[in-house]
Design a protein around this ligand. Structure first.
Ligand SMILES: Nc1ncnc2c1ncn2[C@@H]1O[C@H](COP(=O)(O)OP(=O)(O)OP(=O)(O)O)[C@@H](O)[C@H]1O
Length: 289
């Protein structure tokens, strides 16, 4: 099966290009590659590669590159490979791809094919976590901010800024026809466990169980929220009384007033929003069968 590498040279603060230049000397299987020139182009390149009959389409970059490539691979016979070269690289944590590029290349050569689920909103597919509320608001502020500090510090500064104006909102969640009303900080919908560079917001999410999990952070004081959030890195927040998990196949989220919606940390609109799971829609190369 021939491989096609889709390289985002800007991923990982441009580290991806260095990683690729080193790695390509080690590839001893038939392959072609292309470097993206602009956002969104990875989808077009991957589509052409699928059409041309490549069986392994490899995203060299971070979660954004993976997401763009996945748009072209969903429900196709081609398999996704990943050479992690981004900043957060959350997807690989959930599917069992090593973070070291050379070890990830071994999977491209000899790995197993695993079918996983995707999240869907309209015509778009997502691999990790989507959601609405506080985290979307903070993600938006982080993406728009001039970064004087490293990633974690930028996040903390923007979180504190957002918390001066943002409060909990009423939310109606319709999950598989059942309606749940809450007052919440945020609602996350997970296909996989991680977002935001290692935050395990949905510890109960499994990429291949045919379900999405809906994680609600219900109303707590701002002081308590600031104690809660660091626990998300380890998954300990799971036992907090304000944290609630629902499971289903289709979810509609409606905040009042409307809240921003994010997909893997990029703001994609405002509520109301509807997500569904597409069971087994993507083939991924991993060590796990
Ligand atoms: N040639 C390019 N020039 C500018 N932007 C690009 C180019 N190719 C792709 N992009 C954009 O780069 C963005 C970031 O890529 P990606 O998410 O893979 O890296 P990252 O942000 O470093 O990693 P992560 O998402 O894992 O934190 C993507 O949203 C993609 O649309």
């Amino acid at each position: 099966m021939k491989a096609f590498f889709v390289v985002n040279p800007t991923a990982g603060k441009k580290r991806a290009l260095t990683i690729w230049n080193r790695l390509k000397t080690l590839i001893d299987i038939p392959y072609e590659f292309a470097l993206t020139k602009s956002p969104g182009q990875a989808t077009e390149i991957a589509r052409e590669a699928v059409k041309a009959g490549y069986g392994k389409i490899v995203a060299v970059g971070g979660d954004g590159t993976v997401r763009e490539v996945v748009q072209a691979l969903s429900h196709s016979e081609a398999c996704l490979g990943v050479i992690p070269a981004g900043t957060g690289n959350d997807f690989i944590r959930s599917v069992g791809i090593p973070s070291e590029p050379k070890r990830a290349l071994e999977i491209i050569k000899n790995g197993n094919v695993r079918r996983i689920d995707l999240l869907r909103a309209g015509d778009n597919f997502f691999v990790n976590v989507v959601g609405a509320g506080l985290d979307a608001e903070v993600a938006d502020a982080v993406n728009k901010s001039v970064r004087f500090f490293n990633g974690t510090l930028t996040y903390l500064v923007q979180l504190m800024k957002v918390l001066t104006v943002y409060t909990t909102r009423d939310v109606t969640i319709e999950i598989d026809g059942k309606t749940v009303k809450r007052r919440a900080w945020l609602v996350s919908v997970g296909n996989a466990r991680y977002y935001g560079g290692g935050m395990m917001i949905c510890p109960d999410a499994l990429v291949d169980d045919g379900f999405l999990v809906v994680c609600i952070v219900n109303e707590i004081s701002k002081a308590e929220l600031l104690r809660f959030l660091p626990c998300v890195f380890s998954g300990k927040h799971k036992n907090h009384p304000a944290y609630e998990v629902l499971k289903g196949k289709k979810v509609k989220i409606k905040f009042a007033p409307p809240a921003k919606v994010h997909a893997d940390g990029d703001v994609i609109g405002v509520t109301p929003v509807e997500f569904s799971v597409e069971p087994g829609a993507l083939k991924v190369l991993t060590w796990k069968a």
